[in-house]
Design a protein around this ligand. Structure first.
Ligand code: ATP
Ligand code: MG
Length: 282
């Protein structure tokens, strides 16, 4: 039985429409931040697509534009940021959608685990309340059903049920990341956008959280766009890697091939830097 096997009617209705291969297409995306009289050209003409079932890593050094790309998809960039290009979800251009329609789509179709799990939570709400509010808003699930689903989700991501009554600041880094994952999975989205979901964690917890994410994504046939500056992590989890530098995509391809035989000098540099950090000089 799937981890969501007992959820009931709403779940089955959601699932019923999921046999088609939904694709998220990013076409010619450019992002310019404006503020303090300055312009920052953060992303330049990036195009790629991800279908449900794909696990894609977006890698590149700090400042290369990964978070900007990710936040542009659910339209969560700061007000005033210039965004050009098209973002198609199931063939429909969502950049043309009004704010209300976008709000419906966030969580339910495209869910985000933001950089720094604390950003997922409001300090004065319990973890349970966060999850039940999302379920209530997007799936019209309330009362006992919502609480029961929240409890199930918490178990699914490998947390104890007593986490539900706690506040985010009462959790460890790993527990926070798992709770953020439970929240993102609440409405069983088509796509999960995860921004450095394990960066702040120790190596063992990193591995466990990543295994949980990739296991759940594959079980549910979601699309995962995993942002990380850590190439080995991305290569271990993702089928495909997209390498960004200075706001542009410089290389993309099958993870294993890209690591074994990078075509671009920058990808070689990234790999070399990691080898040096690990103490092995190739
Ligand atoms: N709100 C903002 N206002 C102005 N510039 C910004 C803003 N957010 C990001 N930038 C700039 O845009 C560029 C891309 O930033 P972004 O956060 O997308 O990079 P990143 O690849 O996610 O980096 P990291 O690995 O450090 O998280 C950087 O030059 C950054 O300084
Ligand atoms: Mg970032």
């Amino acid at each position: 039985m799937s981890a969501f096997g007992r959820v009931g009617r709403v779940e089955r209705v959601e699932r019923a429409g999921r046999s088609e291969k939904i694709t998220l297409e990013i076409q010619d995306l450019s992002i310019t931040y404006r503020g303090g009289g300055k312009e920052v050209f953060a992303v330049k003409n990036c195009s790629f697509s991800i279908s449900r079932g794909d696990v894609i890593g977006l890698v590149g050094e700090s400042g290369s534009g990964k978070t900007s790309v990710l936040m542009a998809i659910p339209r969560l960039l700061p007000t005033g940021t210039l965004v050009h290009g098209r973002i198609l979800l199931g063939g429909q251009d969502i950049t043309k959608r009004g704010e209300r329609a976008m709000n419906e789509l966030r969580w339910s179709r495209v869910a985000l685990v933001p950089q720094g799990a604390m950003n997922s939570f409001t300090p004065h709400l319990t973890i349970e309340r966060h999850i039940t509010e999302v379920l209530n808003f997007h799936m019209k699930m309330s009362g006992r059903d919502g609480k029961s689903r929240a409890s199930e989700l918490i178990g699914t991501v490998g947390l104890e049920r007593d986490i539900l009554t706690r506040y985010a600041h009462e959790l460890s880094g790993g527990q926070k990341q798992r709770a953020a994952l439970a929240l993102a999975l609440a409405c069983d989205p088509d796509f999960l956008l995860a921004d450095e979901p394990t960066t702040a964690l120790d190596v063992i917890t990193q591995k466990e959280v990543l295994e949980t994410i990739s296991g759940l994504v594959r079980e549910r046939d979601m699309g995962l766009l995993l942002v990380t500056h850590d190439l080995p992590i991305a290569a271990g989890v993702c089928d495909t890697l997209i390498v960004m530098k200075d706001g542009s995509i410089v290389e993309r391809g099958n993870s294993r091939q890209l690591i074994m035989a990078p075509k671009q000098a920058y990808t070689c540099e990234l790999i070399e830097a990691i080898r040096e950090m690990e103490g092995g000089h190739a």
